[in-house]
Design a protein around this ligand. Sequence first.
Ligand SMILES: Nc1ncnc2c1ncn2[C@@H]1O[C@H](COP(=O)(O)OP(=O)(O)OP(=O)(O)O)[C@@H](O)[C@H]1O
Length: 640
Amino acid sequence: MPADVTAHASAQVSSAPTPATGREATSGPLTAEDRPAAMAPPAPPRRGRDGQPRKRRSSANLWRLRQYMVPFRTRFVLTVLFAAVGTGATIVVPLVTKAVIDGPIAGSDRTGLYALGLLAMTLGVVEASLMFLRRWVVSRATNGVEFAVRTDLYAKLQRLPMAFHDRWQSGQLLSRIMSDLATIRRFLGFGLLFILTNIAQILVTTAILLHLYWPLGLVVLASTVPITVLCLKNERAFTRLSRKVQDQNGDVASTIEEGAYGLRVIKSFGRGRHAFAKFDARSVQLYDTSVERVQLSARFWTMLAVIPNLTLIVVLGLGAVAAGQQQITLGTLVAFITLMLSLVWPVTALGFLLAQAQESMTAADRIAEIFDSENEIADGPRTLEQVQGRLRFEGVGFRFAGSATDVLHDVDLEVAPGETVALVGATGSGKSTLTMLVPRLYDVTAGRITIDGVDLRELRLAELRRVVAIAFEDPTLFSMSARENLTLGRPDASEADVEEAIDVAQAHFVHDLPWGLATRIGEQGMSLSGGQRQRLALARAVLAKPSVLVLDDTLSALDIHTEALVEEALKRVLTGVTGIVVAHRASTVLLADRVAMLSGGTITAVGTHTDLLAEVPEYRALLSAEYEDELDELLLEEAR
Ligand SMILES: Nc1ncnc2c1ncn2[C@@H]1O[C@H](COP(=O)(O)OP(=O)(O)OP(=O)(O)O)[C@@H](O)[C@H]1O
């Protein structure tokens, strides 16, 4: 049975005020529906010579995130500027040293020495100050980007249909929305910047080296060839491992989440060891892949560090010879060596930075998979003027994605405004599935459902979910106050409305909670009993004052006494609305004007309770144990 993410709940959660996407100064709350399309849409796939779509470049999805940087462009430009000036200072200091050695030191000019010394010191201070400023400016921008993408991603998850959530493990979603985004933030604030400045530093320094003494400059230039080859060779393996690590991270998160959520079941069945073994296996997998990735990077970095050091040895030797032959001054040689040494960090760091780039490209791919997931439940254009609540199922069929068989087929049923129909059927006959089609948690795969003659798919989703409220057998409550849980579908409900809903659902127990309605309900409502959770969820659905109220076996966890009280109150509520009530017991069926019998995926009989009792043996058998003997007879008859 799916969790009770009621239509109203999802509408409300998604429309919770959130700061505007990527804006530094928020100009008012945007709702999920209002948001601009998250991430720029992917360009249509390019086709190769064979006509097959070519695999998207791994950087393409990261590039699509650029729109989130736009609101922070001033900060990003300043960051690059500060880094560039800082790098410039790093490059200039050795040249000042050369001037000091070849000028004031060689010519014993004390005044010149002080002047150049002061210049070198100023450059050092400027470099340090710029580093501080850069960090200060960029952190707000990168955190802002992370925040905006995360908000859009969450809004997208809210909009995606149940079918999407059936396919995706929540741990995978969690790891994408948390750790993948953090990876991208780190890359934007650090990796990307240093890839740019380091490459610039390498190019400028190499040009200066060539200018200072070209034979040695050529040696340095030649050393970039093996470095480039190494980087290219490493890229593919690192991308593959990064993807694997990030996916396995998601698997571990899923296992932890499942373990925490199902702790009661695990403990009560004494399956702690089994659950741990499952977690351990996934953890070990993640550990192994992470170690493999670290080993790969370690080999790569070592090679990257070795190349500049080998080059340094060659430069030192050749430089000493050149200085001995008076081809270069001592100052030039010192400047050359200092500049060369200043290249060791940018070159070595390239390995780490490129690895970070690969990781964030993989993270962007994983995030894009969510952004690009199609929302099959498309919003319609129409609204209803005056809702009457006439609900019609016309030849409705439904099949879950990936399933080989229809759960429902040829379902025809009409529920008049104000009428209540009870849905009765054996376990697994498709009752819950049918109810979920009404607020379009899933879309019909055949036929259509109409409200007041309008196909549900033509209605605006917000409108539909205002008109229809649903409460499930297994209710989900959120970790917020009892009042917030109650008013999820109608935040502006008055005190009197809240009390009325509490009364209908016989949920008076909320007043006995330590802080009454203000008491925070624990995660998933675990601090309440099953019956209490059901009654709160029922009150929530009733409070939404819908025109169509769908109750999926909402009374199953109540004791007979409370059930009788709730039923009595529900009778009053159901008089004013169109109702569909999934029922397993005769007492619930009595709430309804008519009963529809669901069998073999379709409605096989419709009538009053008395009629069906008299005419449909399967119905009789389903509703009461008293009729079990008759069912046996019926089945025997059928078998014959
Ligand atoms: N998300 C899903 N993906 C694939 N099949 C599903 C999914 N949810 C339910 N089913 C299948 O659809 C069928 C109908 O399930 P449904 O929950 O609608 O039955 P039900 O009549 O409400 O049962 P119960 O009375 O036990 O609550 C079952 O065979 C079930 O296994």
